[in-house]
Design a protein around this ligand. Structure first.
Ligand SMILES: *Cc1c(COP(=O)(O)O)cnc(C)c1O
Ligand SMILES: [Zn+2]
Length: 489
């Protein structure tokens, strides 16, 4: 729709001019820092940052209804910069001029209703929100769109020259970082550090294809993260892990889209997300809290985090009901099919602890839950979803397994509707499906395939060599195999 065709009162706001006053605020000591430097942790105390808009009060001058109308109308505007996560420009990074924003088609992912069969089996109405339908096939693109748009802006305004962007990854962060970096061409060089043998071949192919320098090291993600932290402390590099608070901002868009989908009435919704480094659940909680601050939503949805028993430090922390007795202890991970979430020392844990406090203060003690699931439940749930027309990856399977666990334990009400984050595309994790089908999981995964979910291709060979006969013979074999009924003549 053409800008001049929008309602008169919205026209001045439709295409926003930069505004706001963004700064990094340290979670631990409260110190604030300007955003013109490449900073990831507090130089004084090493605390994590949250990005703040020191002028956010200006947004509260408008009622919630204004923002709802603006965001809903903006969906009809055909301007690439505002087509993705920056549809919610004022909430993401309102200091970045539209000309610096990169849009590769991220965000506004489909929310697909589970069919009646599947809802019956699970016992609740629910949707999968398919974040695997982002450009690099995971939700990480939401955060990279914000982080790389900011870098693009910084390179231009601070004359930085070529920037080296670096990240540790369980696979999807590196795919997204390399893709967005490649789009920026000469301004950005990308390097990614991966745990050797612990990303899928599909994930490994992604940063290679985008031209990033790919370095693999022995160990798990947590080992890669330590190296990237040492590099970003001591060298001029742009860090693209979720320590980078621009990524959290971009990922908040998931919460905004869920709210928009339900016409901003989310008080009977439960949003289910798998937890790895805990950046995603941080962004989801923060996104809903900020909508609540602005009066865009009146009630907060429930947020359910899910962890595999093989990588469960957040679950263990919240298992202790007495707040005063909770102590965070990193765990040593064991192999998990939810490999993108196989993290023992989640970097965003200090953010999670603070946000859960605020969230439960506003919405009640059980407004945030963390549940634990087995590897078996994850695989079975992924295949159950796939069997009902969904494209959930193993982490999406983890979300479904988490919903089933929450229902089983009576943690969510009968009339609640769940939205499950299918965080990546099924095709990135087909190796685990293949292990399931061929019953070849190494014992430490503790997965025993259920025969009803297994499937294998069947090879048929023609019994004759001549071309004509071959067709007839194979057709006959297949008709027999499928028990086809001959047509009546
Ligand atoms: C990164 C990732 C996760 C974990 O998200 P965090 O923000 O690290 O908690 C889950 N699923 C997929 C597919 C991922 O790529
Ligand atoms: Zn500090």
């Amino acid at each position: 729709m053409k800008p001049q065709e929008f309602p008169q009162d919205l026209q001045p706001h439709l295409i926003p001019a930069p505004s706001g006053d963004m700064a990094y605020r340290c979670l631990e000591c409260g110190a604030e820092y300007g955003i013109t430097e490449l900073l990831y942790t507090c130089p004084k105390c090493k605390g994590l940052f949250l990005l703040i808009d020191k002028n956010e009060a200006r947004l509260k001058e408008k009622p919630g209804a204004f923002w709802r109308r603006l965001f809903d109308h903006r969906k009809m505007l055909n301007l690439p910069a505002l087509k993705g996560v920056f549809l919610f420009y004022e909430l993401i990074a309102p200091i970045i001029p539209l000309g610096d924003i990169i849009y590769l088609g991220e965000g506004h992912t489909p929310q697909v209703a589970a069919n009646a069969d599947l809802q019956g089996e699970v016992g609740r109405a629910f949707y999968f929100k398919n974040d695997g339908q982002n450009p690099s096939a995971s939700f990480k693109d939401r955060g990279m769109a914000a982080a790389l748009s900011y870098l693009n802006y910084l390179v231009r305004t601070e004359n930085l020259g070529k920037v080296l962007a670096i990240c540790a990854s369980t696979g999807d962060t590196s795919a997204a970082a390399a893709l967005y970096g490649a789009y920026l061409g000469d301004k950005i060089a990308s390097a990614v550090i991966l745990p050797h043998g612990k990303v899928t071949p599909q994930q490994l192919s992604q940063p290679l294809g985008s031209g990033a320098k790919v370095i693999t090291i022995p160990g798990v993600f947590d080992d890669c993260m330590k190296i990237v932290e040492a590099l970003s402390d001591n060298y001029q590099v742009a860090l693209l892990n979720s320590k980078n608070s621009w990524r959290i901002r971009g990922q908040e868009s998931y919460a905004y889209e869920v709210a928009q989908w339900f016409d901003y009435d989310v008080s009977r919704i439960a949003v289910v997300v798998p937890i790895g480094n805990a950046g995603n659940i941080t962004a989801v909680m923060q996104g809903f809290l900020r909508l609540h601050d602005l009066g865009v939503i009146e009630g907060l949805p429930r947020v359910i985090g899910v962890q595999s028993r093989h990588a469960n430090p957040v679950f263990l922390y919240y298992r202790e009901p007495d707040r005063a007795k909770r102590v965070f202890r990193p765990v040593t991970v064991s192999p998990s099919v939810a490999q993108a979430a196989m993290i023992g020392a989640p970097v965003s844990m200090p953010r999670v602890i603070r946000l859960v406090e605020e969230y439960t203060r506003r919405a009640g003690e059980d407004a945030v839950l963390v549940v634990e699931v087995s590897e078996q439940e994850i695989m079975d749930s992924m295949l159950l979803a796939n069997r009902h027309g969904h494209i959930a990856c193993t982490q999406g399977g983890e979300s479904l397994a988490g919903l089933r666990a929450a229902v089983r334990k009576g943690l969510i009400d009968q009339d609640e509707t769940a939205v499950l984050d299918a965080t990546a595309h099924h095709l990135k994790f087909v190796g685990f499906q293949e292990m399931y089908f061929s019953n070849s999981f190494p014992p430490e995964f503790e997965v025993t395939p259920k025969p009803e979910y297994q499937n294998q291709p069947q090879l048929l060979t023609p019994k004759t060599g001549d071309a004509q006969g071959k067709v007839a013979d194979l057709a006959e074999q297949i008709a027999g195999l499928l028990k086809l009924t001959p047509k009546k003549v």
